[in-house]
Ligand binder design. Sequence first.
Ligand SMILES: NC(=O)C1=CN([C@@H]2O[C@H](COP(=O)(O)OP(=O)(O)OC[C@H]3O[C@@H](n4cnc5c(N)ncnc54)[C@H](OP(=O)(O)O)[C@@H]3O)[C@@H](O)[C@H]2O)C=CC1
Ligand SMILES: CC(=O)[C@@H](O)[C@H](O)COP(=O)(O)O
Ligand SMILES: [Mn+2]
Length: 383
Amino acid sequence: MHTLSILGSTGSIGTQSLEVARRRGYRILALAAGRNLSLLQEQVREFRPELVSVDSSVYQEAKDLLPETRVVTDPGEVAAFPAEIVVGAIPGLAGLAPTRIALERGAAVALANKESMVVAGPLMWDLVGQSGGRISPVDSEHSALYQCLAGEQLSEVRELVITASGGPFRTGPEDLSEVTPEMALKHPTWAMGAKVTIDSSTLMNKGLEVLEAHYLYGLPLEQVGVVVHPQSIIHALVRFQDGNLKAHLGPPNMQLPIQYGIDGAPHGMRFAGDVHAAPRHPAPFTDFPLARTLEIFEPDRDRFPCLDLAYAAGRMGKVAPVVLNAADEIAVEAFLQKKIRYTDIARVIEQVLQECPDQKLGWDAIFEVDAWARTRTRELLWD
Ligand SMILES: NC(=O)C1=CN([C@@H]2O[C@H](COP(=O)(O)OP(=O)(O)OC[C@H]3O[C@@H](n4cnc5c(N)ncnc54)[C@H](OP(=O)(O)O)[C@@H]3O)[C@@H](O)[C@H]2O)C=CC1
Ligand SMILES: CC(=O)[C@@H](O)[C@H](O)COP(=O)(O)O
Ligand SMILES: [Mn+2]
């Protein structure tokens, strides 16, 4: 039986990962949550982890609620706990440190937290090389690319193409300055956490995913493209040098890439190794009308400048993706709190990126530059 720990267990990816674990019969060793103690309590009752971490603001309450479980406040301790597979699903830069710890001890990481690959991709691969750990993408487009690339030579790939739903504002309004958080949180095809949902609406999610694909698969940025596909059924395509194009299609249900990421994590293939000993319990088949029209459009790069800001950060390289990510995290949070306008998000990210320090990528540099970029974003927004 595989052993699993989940970083971000009370979130959208975390809860769906637990559904996969339940179906596959995996043993849950440790869970990292934030403040949602009522859900964590249910998870502990069902899965009996040995260790949980919670936000420090709810530590005492968690200890009282979970008297039989070891409770800590550092998700890094959950990542360090000796599970074979760690699902990385804490959003933002907060997910990086625990992911690093899991990779350092040689765990297989099923990675949903795209931000850690965006800010630290080359360093994460160094860790994999040193520890024998593994990274399996859970992000739907990157899982789709992984599946299209299985058995292929990267040298024969001409282009990786990921799809974007286009978000709730794909067809309007033309002027986005009056958009509210309530409007932006209505994703047309996926139910996800707030940060990634706002990023989807600005196309920053796709920009981060371009960088994620670039660092995951090691292809130059010019060979990573984006198309808008409102149905979210085609998740990615790979164009080969010989002209052939492979696409990955599936219903918009994250349990499929999560399941593939978890099962593929230690072995790099579907349902491999000793999990074959158990009967196969696939994710439930959802209603999936293959006969429907599948549309593909070019992204509107003028109305959604975040996409090109991400390409720009990728071309700048070094710590520029750290700055992009930090500015975006602060701006999205401020927008959700109704402190800034929707259109301020792209504006401030562009400004902070222009001031990006010329610093080599390294673990210390990431945390230093991240702190600088957060402060600078706040200054530009409010001073
Ligand atoms: N949701 C999706 O379908 C997809 C998500 N992703 C990526 O997966 C990651 C997770 O997204 P999603 O599940 O939607 O996010 P959610 O907001 O739904 O969940 C976040 C989880 O992380 C916990 N958490 C938040 N901040 C911290 C912190 N600072 N320290 C410890 N725990 C914390 C939350 O705890 P609590 O709620 O208890 O406070 C919760 O368990 C993101 O990086 C996202 O981009 C990628 C593809 C698809
Ligand atoms: C489910 C998933 O992988 C999300 O990252 C999704 O891609 C968001 O939708 P958008 O295509 O609108 O960004
Ligand atoms: Mn995605």
